[in-house]
Design a protein around this ligand. Structure first.
Ligand code: DX5
Ligand code: ZN
Length: 222
């Protein structure tokens, strides 16, 4: 299986995070998506570097921090100290995007950039060589459990073509509204890392959901 599933911890029962992380690791998950919201860039608030550092002791899997915050450059050192493996900032939140990406990479962490559904992907063209990941938001950030805006997947096709044309090696990630019914559309567009929240973490069903997603991905990849 080449496509990676990155469970979004936001959808898991916070009272059982340690247990949930062990469970998904047992099912072969290698990347955990951490949604960091500041109540300003998005209307919702989640958690900061403190809880992330605490979670680190439960697993060695990749911690993928998705910063939905204004002025993300201020928070980069704290998330690096919390031992995340990658930091994704929103292009809409960065005045000097290239500088912020450099700052992330200089600290030995993978650098990603996320774009909201209404943001044109072409604006990322100049920074593509400086990226380890591009996150195409298929919902407006702020909340789990929303319906995917599928026409946005056109941006994934554009990124896939650019990657091939220019021999770049960033990973294409999509986030928001992925479920067992529409996963095929994400895979067909060329998504390499799928963030899945509410359709994955469900009390008593998490393991079965992961297995079902893995089967769908394997069937697609043939
Ligand atoms: C939305 C977050 C997502 C979201 C995914 O702002 O970035 O990671 O929680 O959850 P689902 O899969 O429920 O859309
Ligand atoms: Zn996210």
């Amino acid at each position: 299986m080449e496509t990676i599933i990155a469970p979004s911890l936001l959808a898991a029962d916070a009272g059982f995070w340690g247990q949930e992380i062990r469970e998904v690791a047992d099912e072969g998950i290698v990347c955990l998506h951490l949604d960091i919201m500041d109540g300003r860039f998005v209307p919702n608030l989640t958690f900061g570097p403190g809880p992330v550092a605490m979670l680190r002791k439960y697993t060695d899997m990749e911690f993928d921090a998705h910063l939905m915050v204004v002025e993300p450059e201020r928070l980069i050192p704290a998330f690096v100290a919390a031992k995340v493996d990658s930091i994704t900032v929103h292009s809409e939140a960065c005045l000097h995007l290239h500088r912020t990406l450099e700052m992330i990479r200089e600290q030995g962490v993978k650098a990603g950039v996320a774009i909201n559904p209404a943001t044109p992907v072409e604006l990322l063209e100049p920074v593509l060589p400086f990226l380890d990941r591009v996150l195409v938001m298929t919902v407006n950030p702020g909340f789990g459990g929303q319906k995917a805006i599928l026409p946005v997947l056109k941006k994934v096709r554009w990124l896939k073509a650019k990657k091939q044309e220019e021999d770049l090696d960033f990973q294409i990630q999509a986030d928001g509204g992925v479920n067992q019914q529409n996963i095929g559309e994400f895979l067909a567009a060329g998504v390499e890392n799928l963030v899945i929240g509410s359709a994955l973490f469900q009390p008593g069903k998490t393991r079965d959901n992961i297995k079902a997603f893995q089967r769908l991905i394997s069937a697609f990849e043939g």
